[in-house]
Design a protein around this ligand. Structure first.
Ligand code: UDP
Length: 324
């Protein structure tokens, strides 16, 4: 049992990792500014600190009070499209504010970190599936900000002895029984398509049908949030600092997602075809052999239908999300 401080633990991915950490017997603190996250998404068993990474003294206070053995850092802005219009927001929050956290950890003697990175650090990948040897050349400020932070981690490791694991998520999807995906402005594919099924949106939008993919729409590797949470648990045990690509190795197109949502919900889902969204690579699929071999990670919920069923169950139970 360890004490884990989860930064951004009121957000979608963070909240479910918190739940799984608690289920595994860890003591958990959550640090979140609640701009993207929700107070109700924080598991009742966790201790909550409301604070912002822009505020270095507040981070140090939380570290001094909670005394974590390790930190998990999920707090970031994570929208490709938005990053193409507001780069400053992405560099400031994901890099500068993240650096405040690293420095506060260093000054407080906290030496272990699991960091949420992203496949967006690869840009349009030289080859697919993407393993850790593929060159990272981001094509949007979001991916660039995460890559910059990965580089900073390396130097904190070399100079200050930080032990870190950076997990480069592909597309997180699905829900646990209790917690799910609720963004105040929803831009992600699956929740947006499910909103149409719930009658909260008129039509699903497809951003680009002229990509060089079999059906012309973008392909992504959707990973169940519980499999993603499991990888964090294993990352806490990693002996060396490292970077892992984290996906199932399967690829699903936008049109296939919409068809699966129709099958799962039994509802009609009209679609509107839109132009490409700037910053979107056509095909992102993970090769996750490294984390499978080194940490023994195996995804248990790879079937896209099962992933969407879990998301649908959560949205049906929580039609207005967390209600805030
Ligand atoms: N997408 C879409 N319609 C939507 C939302 C997303 O066609 O309403 C596409 C988007 O262009 C991308 C894929 O679905 O190719 C996944 O996008 P999402 O925003 O869910 O995740 P991302 O891959 O950007 O992290």
């Amino acid at each position: 049992m360890s004490r884990i401080l989860v930064i951004g633990g009121a957000g979608y991915i963070g909240s479910i990792c918190v739940e799984e950490l608690l289920n595994a017997g860890h003591r958990v603190g959550v640090f979140d500014n609640l701009t993207e996250g929700h107070r109700k998404a924080v598991d009742m068993r966790a201790r909550f600190f409301q604070g912002d990474l822009a505020d270095a003294p507040v981070i140090k206070l939380a570290l001094a009070e909670f005394k974590p053995d390790a930190v998990m850092h999920f707090a970031a802005n994570a929208l490709v499209g938005e990053s193409m219009t507001k780069p400053e927001k992405y560099f400031r929050n994901n890099v500068c504010n993240g650096l405040n956290l690293l420095q506060a950890m260093h000054e407080s003697g906290v030496k272990r970190l699991v960091f949420s990175s992203t496949c967006a650090t690869f840009g349009v990948p030289e080859r697919v599936p993407i393993d850790e040897t593929v060159p990272q050349r981001p094509i949007n400020p979001y991916g660039e900000s995460k890559l910059l932070f990965e580089k900073i981690l390396r130097w904190y490791g070399e100079i200050h002895g930080l032990k870190f694991v950076a997990l480069r998520y592909f597309n997180a999807a699905g829900a646990s029984e209790q917690f799910g995906e609720d963004h105040r402005v929803e831009t992600h594919l699956i929740p947006n398509v499910l909103k149409v099924a719930l009658g909260q949106k008129q039509a699903a939008e497809i951003y680009g049908t002229d990509y060089e993919t079999p059906d012309g729409t973008c392909i992504r590797d959707y990973i169940h949030i519980l499999d993603l949470a499991k990888a964090h648990m294993l990352a806490l045990e990693a002996r060396e600092s490292t970077y892992y690509n984290l996906g199932t190795g399967g690829g699903t197109s936008v049109k296939e997602i919409i068809d699966t949502c129709r099958a799962v919900t039994g509802r009609d889902i009209p679609v509107i075809e839109r132009p490409r969204r700037p910053g979107d690579p056509p095909r992102l699929i993970a090769a996750s052999d490294r984390i499978r071999n080194e940490l023994g990670w195996t995804p248990k919920h790879q079937d896209i239908r099962r992933i969407i069923e879990s998301a649908w169950a959560w949205h049906v139970k929580n039609p207005t999300g967390y209600g805030d």
